[in-house]
Design a protein around this ligand. Structure first.
Ligand code: HPA
Length: 279
């Protein structure tokens, strides 16, 4: 069927990566807008520009570099996607989530997803980190579910459960690390919209009303695909701006990227701490 990545497509990418690195990653990391610096922690990485891989959707957004790094981190073999792609760039959901399926075929068991998000919870401030405890898949509820299309049984079942999309044990470890390192860690529900326009005040009041703590344009498709394939997921948002519920402030991509500079060091410390506690 057109537009869907088949298992053969996915494995073609997997083989291309295997030809360029000897690392066998068990942990996958996806870095959100302005958070690319988190990849600096990876030791002795093999760096693969994603533009050199077959079928890989190109990252077209400023602040997303479009590289894969395979190396080690806190004693684990990791694979880091520095620069994801988003649905609003014009790719299919199947393309947007290709990296997760490639990770799975390479042996990744744990997926750590990060993003930049706008705060809907009024107690959050730009620069905060938020542990994603659950998500509202507004984008997937309304028909853009990445699992639409032929089910690939090698990954998972047709109707996968999403009752614990975010791994409770990983959340507990993350809270522990944040407390030890004195990092303020907010918690809440992340909502994914397609973007690329930011929300109107009425959109934001709606999201607030249905229980969203933060809003962004990514993560949910990747998490759905990861859970379908039985991966354990940890999600962390970097709060880049306050959502503009009253319509009196303006949101820009520049402020999202700038907040990344404040968030990245804390994100690094948190992720490093979590990885050192995973066996
Ligand atoms: N809205 C949607 N996506 C975002 C925002 C926002 O305010 N900030 C960062 N990503």
């Amino acid at each position: 069927m057109e537009g869907y990545m088949t298992l053969q497509d996915i494995d073609q990418v997997v083989e291309a990566i295997r030809g360029r690195t000897a690392h066998k990653p068990r942990i996958g990391l996806i870095l959100g807008s302005g958070l690319g610096a988190v990849a600096d922690m990876v030791e002795k990485p093999d760096i693969i520009p994603t533009a050199s891989l077959p079928l890989w959707p190109r990252s077209t957004v400023l602040g997303h570099q479009g590289r894969l790094l395979l190396g080690s981190l806190a004693g684990h073999e990791v694979m880091v996607l520095q620069g994801r792609t988003h649905y609003y760039e014009g790719y299919s959901m199947s393309q947007v989530t290709l990296p997760v399926r490639v990770m799975k075929r390479l042996g990744v068991e744990y997926l750590i997803v990060t993003n930049a998000a706008g705060a809907i919870d009024p107690s959050f401030s730009p620069g905060d980190l938020m542990l994603i405890t659950d998500h509202i898949g507004l984008i997937s509820m309304t028909g853009l579910n990445p699992l639409i299309g032929p089910n690939i049984d090698e990954f998972g079942v047709r109707f996968p459960d999403m009752s614990q999309a975010y791994d409770r044990q990983l959340m507990a470890v993350t809270r522990e690390v944040a407390a030890e390192k004195n990092i303020l860690l907010r918690e809440g529900v992340y909502t994914c919209l397609s973007g690329p326009s930011f929300e109107t005040p009425a959109d934001l009041r709606f999201l607030h009303g249905v229980g969203s703590s933060a809003v962004g344009m990514s993560t949910v498709p990747e998490v759905i695909v990861a859970r379908h394939a039985g991966m354990r997921v940890l999600g962390i948002s970097g709060i880049s701006n306050k959502a503009n519920l009253d319509g009196n402030t303006v949101t820009t991509h520049e402020e999202v990227l700038q907040a990344g500079d404040v968030i990245a060091p804390k994100m690094k410390a948190l992720i490093l701490g979590v990885l050192s506690k995973i066996n």
